[in-house]
Design a protein around this ligand. Structure first.
Ligand SMILES: Cc1cc2nc3c(=O)[nH]c(=O)nc-3n(C[C@H](O)[C@H](O)[C@H](O)COP(=O)(O)OP(=O)(O)OC[C@H]3O[C@@H](n4cnc5c(N)ncnc54)[C@H](O)[C@@H]3O)c2cc1C
Ligand code: SF4
Ligand code: SF4
Length: 479
């Protein structure tokens, strides 16, 4: 916390609003500003957050920290940033933002698809930029070795060869930050592409606006569609159920494909210490407690106050094609939104040469593939904003307006319980770690989980086959 000792109004404002309000996503943009007095730290709940270097530098005269923070009320919003970059050449869609073209499909070349979380497009795009000589380095999130002082399994790193990029494939639902890697970028001149979830890409765009070195060196931003970010404990929760206790994890794969299941029913792979030996465990994620992303275990509070699902400020965005016509393929399928003409040409060349197997789909179809995320961050967000405003608290400015009457009482309850579930999961897991008993976590969460499940229409067992058939028909004709 800042306290009253600092004379720097700018820092005080950022801390009193974003950080103390719990809206810090831990992106590290404020710590990446030249001479920033801020550093990134892991809290006791396994989340990264901004904190001040001790002792506080009272001479620091930083006036630009708030303008780079994706959650402060100082910087431009996603619409303003995106309009400046894409407004001239792209069409606009009110759920996915600007776009030149939209696709669904996968990489048909090498082992990109096999190694990727969905269709392999994320790593194919950055590899292509590197091999075509359009960039000298790829800034993305890769595995690292945990140590007693830093338990993190993943960090932003720079890959400069195709082999190094290859080892960076897969999604990391894990706390990461950009200040360390931005420092490396300052020290290593060159042209870079950066990969990130929407709020990180927004932060990069804001940094680029005020720092000529970053602006000159970052040539492309690749966005990942985002549901929400997780604390370190998300991976630890799964690993613990497989016999690897918190603090003992060495490697983690959040998205291991299972050949005999639909794409959404993937597995996790955990490697870690058990009784002095390194063990490896693989389990279908749905066999483990806490897999349901709707329940939002270990979600950052900031994610409940985010309205950008499809990385609206990125040059190109990739996500999962959660659509009935694609989800059956266990190997995974991407949705892709292209906003940059150079990347558009790369993709079209890839299709022509058979390296990519992509269908043109329309922007509404991309939005449909993310219907849960969009509902949560449109209708759900409007209600959460209403709740914050009722309490008279500071909260980040949003493009969505506060509202209450658009949701039924049951849907209001569901949103309320999601906030509670996320909040409680951090506390309950810490209690379980302290007690060295996983069941404590389940026990502390069970009532909220039950209440949450009850907000979904109850279907008696004997009606289930008919209900599922109705759902199938509805999906077939109306999705
Ligand atoms: C926190 C999070 C939430 C997500 N939520 C959704 C969602 O709700 N809906 C949806 O459709 N898709 C979501 N995604 C994206 C999805 O999981 C896949 O990453 C995406 O479909 C790309 O898969 P791929 O096979 O094309 O990528 P790959 O070929 O596996 O390449 C992924 C690239 O992204 C980089 N990367 C991985 N994790 C991160 C990270 N945390 N930050 C920055 N770079 C990273 C890797 O280093 C690699 O370069 C989410 C991703 C993350 C990280
Ligand atoms: S810039 Fe990022 S790390 Fe800094 S306060 Fe804002 S959200 Fe937190
Ligand atoms: S949900 Fe929004 S705030 Fe949370 S990590 Fe994703 S983009 Fe950032």
């Amino acid at each position: 916390m800042l306290g009253s000792t600092s004379k720097n109004q700018e820092i005080s404002k950022l801390f009193e609003t974003v950080v103390d309000g719990g809206y810090c996503i831990g992106c590290g943009a404020c710590a990446a500003v030249v001479d920033s007095p801020i550093k990134m730290k892991l809290d006791e709940y396994g989340k990264l957050y901004a904190t001040l270097n001790e002792p506080v530098d009272k001479t620091s005269n930083q006036t630009s920290l708030g303008t780079v923070c994706p959650f402060s009320n100082e910087g431009l919003n996603e619409d303003q940033l995106a309009e400046e970059i894409f407004g001239k050449d792209c069409q606009y869609h009110n759920q996915i933002g600007y776009y030149l073209t939209t696709y669904a499909g996968f990489v048909n070349e090498g082992d990109f698809r096999k190694r990727g979380s969905s269709g392999g497009m994320g790593n194919w795009i950055v590899t292509q930029l590197l091999s075509e000589g359009l960039v000298d380095g790829v800034i993305h999130v890769k595995p690292c070795t945990p140590s007693p002082t830093d338990p993190r399994l993943f960090k932003y790193q720079i890959s400069k060869t195709i082999e190094e990029v290859r080892n960076g494939a897969k999604s990391r639902y894990y706390p990461i930050e950009i200040s360390e890697v931005i420092q490396m970028l300052r020290e290593q001149p060159g042209r870079y592409v950066i990969v990130g979830v929407p709020c990180f890409i927004k932060a990069i765009r804001l940094l680029m606006k005020q720092d000529p070195i970053i602006s000159e060196r970052i040539k492309f931003c690749v966005g990942l569609i985002c549901g929400h970010l997780k604390s370190i404990h998300f991976a630890e929760m799964f690993a613990w159920q497989c016999g690897i206790e918190p603090g003992q994890l060495l490697e983690f794969d959040f998205r291991k494909k299972l050949p005999d299941r639909v794409a959404s029913q993937y597995a996790i792979k955990a490697v870690g210490w058990q009784d002095g030996q390194v063990i490896e465990r693989i389990s279908p994620v749905r066999d483990l407690y806490g897999w349901d992303w709707g329940q939002g275990f270990f979600k950052y509070k900031a994610c409940d106050y985010c309205d950008d699902v499809v990385a609206e400020t990125a040059d190109i965005v990739v996500g999962d094609a959660w659509l009935p016509q694609y989800v059956g393929d266990s190997q995974g399928t991407n949705v892709v939104v292209v906003r940059n003409s150079i990347l558009h040409n790369l993709i079209e060349q890839g299709i022509t040469t058979g390296k990519l197997k992509l269908d043109h789909i329309d922007a509404d179809e991309v939005a449909r593939s993310q219907s849960s995320g969009l509902n949560h961050r449109r209708e759900g967000l409007a209600y959460r904003l209403y709740l914050s405003d009722q309490k008279g608290e500071w909260r980040p400015p949003k493009r969505v307006q506060p509202q209450i009457n658009h949701l039924s009482k049951q849907l209001q309850k569901r949103q309320y319980l999601r906030i509670q579930l996320a909040e409680q999961s951090h506390i309950a897991f810490k209690q379980a770690i302290d007690a060295k008993r996983f069941y404590i976590f389940v026990q502390r969460m069970s009532l909220l989980v039950l209440q949450y499940q009850r907000t979904y229409p109850h279907v008696p067992l004997w009606k289930k086959p008919f209900h599922n058939f109705k759902k199938f028909i509805k999906r077939l004709f109306f999705s």
